[in-house]
Write a protein that binds this ligand. Structure first.
Ligand SMILES: Cc1cc2nc3c(=O)[nH]c(=O)nc-3n(C[C@H](O)[C@H](O)[C@H](O)COP(=O)(O)OP(=O)(O)OC[C@H]3O[C@@H](n4cnc5c(N)ncnc54)[C@H](O)[C@@H]3O)c2cc1C
Length: 471
């Protein structure tokens, strides 16, 4: 339904401070995009700072059938917060007022707009850690992380966001405030609604508070940089290290294109003639990780590594990780448009996936760069292009479709952490099948029968094709 002046007036009254109600063209434009593709202007932006404000807004949306798109910091790479059918953007970026660490119970209670890295910083002060570490942790919100079930390099050993959520407060599509889960480590009472909400991309309910599990911070860490002349050997090294009984805290890969891009960007002294770099971090008891690092070294050398360099102190460790951190900023220097995928495969298929990615790169003659969390099979094939070049964009679309197909062929999945949003919905049936997708749709229809919560996400409309357009 059209958002009339009347409805706008009602919405404005839900907020204690009218400054948190935005309708100017400049503001609407600012909330019309995320870190992916497509621009969609909302009719209004509301910036709630309490559950009761959220519930009042949702009740109005429910009554007048207005789309509601929750939004954290808009760093989604899958189009998650885009208001594709207009309506209300619920911006949570101001609501960062609660971040309480309960040291005795090893839990944190947070409001949805808290920046993720702040949770880990606060936990660290008590010798604790909040493990999920998306690369965007210093800019994304916990609400967005929960909705996308975000993960990061530490996912290999510690899992992703859903592994650290004990309970949630949510607002349902008809404006009820409900609590799921609780504060205990074990909780098997009934259906696990908490896990259902995590990863639901704002389509089932709105998250207004979360209770998160913390763990003791490991005593020490060690990092090695391993160089490979052949990227397929790097893939083998990942599997071999894991089956040797060692569980690194991080295992990240950079292919030759990423290495060259970083070197041209920052001159770190990386060898540009290797096909791949593996960065391996071990954490735990200092003596144990010294011993494990020796074994990692011999496993890697046995599968053809050129060399293994272990950082001697924290400064050197930070320098090694700097290379990985700079990949994203470095590659966008090559061409302005970056399509960042997160196709994920079983770890034994990493070498085969690399082989297929090489073929796709050649077939479509595109600039494909691969890096990512190789230890858990979550690769980030990134295509660097220029969206003004329409002909190249068509080739990129075909290449992206083929990357997804390759991942699924190899027993993998469309997304390891970035979610489906608008970007991958066209491929959902390919992974889930008609019946699998219908089961998910039935949950959506039960929770949100009027389809007001983040409509146009996850589920494809009939005949939907994958297109990369910003107009
Ligand atoms: C440089 C860069 C690096 C990145 N690295 C990673 C990475 O390593 N791992 C990873 O997983 N992702 C990564 N991302 C993607 C992105 O940061 C994550 O998806 C993040 O979780 C989004 O958080 P956000 O606060 O920006 O949410 P937004 O982008 O604003 O929203 C994301 C989704 O969450 C929903 N949402 C937001 N808040 C709520 C709420 N309170 N209740 C219900 N739904 C809500 C939105 O509707 C949307 O569907 C990266 C992005 C960038 C730009």
């Amino acid at each position: 339904m059209k958002v009339t002046e009347d409805i706008l007036e009602k919405l404005k009254k839900t907020l204690a401070d009218p400054k948190r109600f935005l309708t100017s063209e400049a503001d609407l434009y600012s909330f019309s995009f995320d870190a992916s593709f497509g621009m969609y202007k909302p009719d209004v932006v509301c910036q709630p700072m309490s559950s009761t404000e959220v519930a009042s807004i949702v009740r109005i949306a429910n009554e007048y059938l207005i789309p509601l798109c929750p939004r954290g910091r808009g760093t989604s790479l899958s189009g998650g917060p885009l208001p594709v059918h207009g309506g209300i953007v619920l911006d949570f970026s101001l609501w960062d007022t609660k971040l309480v660490i309960d040291e005795e119970n090893l839990i944190a209670t947070v409001s949805p707009g808290v920046i993720t890295s702040h949770i880990n910083d606060a936990a660290n002060e008590f010798g604790l850690m909040y493990p999920p570490d998306p690369s965007s942790a210093h800019v994304s919100t916990i609400g967005g992380n929960l909705a996308e079930n975000a993960g990061g390099p530490r996912g290999l050993k510690y899992g992703v966001t859903k592994n650290y959520v004990l309970g949630l407060e949510i607002v349902t599509a008809d404006g009820k405030i409900v609590r799921t889960g609780g504060q205990t480590i074990k909780n098997v009472t009934g259906y696990d609604l908490t896990k259902l909400i995590v990863g639901s991309e704002g389509t089932l309910a709105i998250i207004t508070e979360a209770t998160l599990r913390l763990i003791p911070k490991p005593q020490a860490s060690l990092t090695a940089m391993v160089l490979f002349d052949d990227i397929i050997d790097a893939g083998s090294a990942i599997s071999k290290v894991l089956v040797s009984g060692i569980m690194p805290s991080k295992m990240e890969i950079m292919d030759q294109s990423s290495i060259i891009a970083v070197e041209e960007y920052a001159s770190l002294g990386l060898p540009v003639d290797v096909e791949a770099i593996l960065l391996i971090e071990l954490d735990g008891h200092p003596l144990a990780i010294e011993d494990e690092m020796q074994r990692v070294k011999s496993v890697c050398m046995n599968v053809g590594a050129r060399s293994v360099q272990v950082a001697q102190d924290k400064k050197e460790e930070a320098e090694l990780w700097q290379a990985r951190k700079l990949v994203s900023p470095a590659i966008v220097k090559l061409k302005p448009t970056k399509i960042s995928e997160d196709a994920t495969i079983p770890r034994s298929q990493i070498p085969e996936m690399f082989r297929r990615l090489k073929l796709i790169k050649e077939k479509y003659n595109i600039h494909l760069v691969v890096f990512g969390h190789a230890g858990d099979g979550n690769l980030h094939p990134n295509i660097i292009t220029d969206q003004r070049d329409k002909e190249e964009m068509r080739r990129v679309e075909m290449a992206v479709a083929e990357i997804f197909k390759a991942a699924i062929d190899l027993g993998g999945t469309l997304s390891g952490e970035h979610g489906i949003g608008t970007m991958k919905s066209a491929f959902m049936e390919m992974e889930l099948g008609v019946d699998g997708l219908a089961m998910m749709k039935s949950i959506k229809e039960a929770w949100d029968p009027k389809n007001i919560l983040n409509p146009g996400k996850i589920f494809p409309v009939k005949g939907q094709r994958f297109e990369l357009r910003n107009d």
